[in-house]
Design a protein around this ligand. Sequence first.
Ligand code: KG4
Ligand code: ZN
Length: 392
Amino acid sequence: MRILGIETSCDETSAAIVEGQPNNYKVRFLSNVVTSSLNLHSETGGIIPEIAAREQVKYIIPVIKKALTLYSSSDQAKPESREVNNETMKQLNNETIDAIAVTVGPGLIGSLLVGVETARTLSYVWKKPIIPVNHLIGHIYANFIQRTDDRRQKADVFSPPIFPAIALIVSGGHTDLVLLKNHGAIKWLGGTRDDAAGEAFDKIGRLLNLPYPGGPAIEKEAKMGNPKAHPFPRPMINSKDFDFSFSGLKTAALREIQGVRTYSSSESRAKSRESREVPRDKFSTGSNNKIISNMAASVQQAIIDVLVTKTLKAAQKYKVKSILLGGGVAANQKLRDELQLKIENFKLKIQLSVPPKDLCTDNAAMIATAAFFNYKKVPWQKITANPELYFE
Ligand code: KG4
Ligand code: ZN
């Protein structure tokens, strides 16, 4: 079975083809094309929904065509040399595609509609079924993809996650812990009460004048900083539930930054000495860069400590066999390493599964894979975009 996946929930426009055999828990990835309007949003430091939707309209058909071209090409290195005209596209679909998977939510309504309407049209014209996919569940299924373009993931090496499993979904819009007893048997355990982990990275990145998105920029800066330089709060780390809260961290970071900025500006130094909230000796005397990297390392550590502690608590409570990471923040190497280290330190018999980094952020391969394991066809007339979609 081959599924064409379509993902347009935010600023990425993506199409992918995955292939899998029923009763075999491995899904191969045949093509995955992702384009993003991110650079148009970096000036404003956040996604402008109207612009994201307009860019989706521009890219959706070329991206689908490219995914089909890559798939049909024996020479995958030069897909541009092969043009897929409408006739070929029709044939390709009839020969190759069994179903269309599309993200129906959550996300930005304008962006979601582009993918959903394209999938509905293709389903009608191609007479192929549609499988609607929850974007958050899609992030979990990035862990079930076996890549053909990654040597480390050759067929014999790749082993899909084992149930029961805890999944931590950490993205720009969500931070959720869910229990998976099997495919389709998902129980939501907790989530953020305010900002998502990725949102905290992005907002604090902006405060530090780092490029958007803040997550990768903070990770890069943090490598040169001291994670103990600023003792930021670890919100809700010891709460009995599986909820999170990251908005207080942003406020704490702002206070520290104001302290740093006041401190580093000679003009205002004397004036604000009394009102300074952060003691002067907290900051090393180095350059501004050192201040930023210390802030980045400390913020990153605070977020990771909370994510790791809560995830392990859920894993132990539900006696799971695997922990799965998903979402853009799962690309953070320190988060991956610390989770693995703690699993080993606590001598837990838990397998940690992390998607390849480029499959942590939004992509259509994860959407097609989620559809493969949760194959529920819905007539095209009944498919609707739902920006507020969550876990049932
Ligand atoms: O999953 P995603 O691509 O989009 C949403 O569904 O939101 O996640 C984007 C988020 C952004 O907030 C970005 O800052 C964060 O993932 N992110 C990271 C890293 N790479 C992306 N956060 C921390 N470390 C990273 N390396
Ligand atoms: Zn996402």
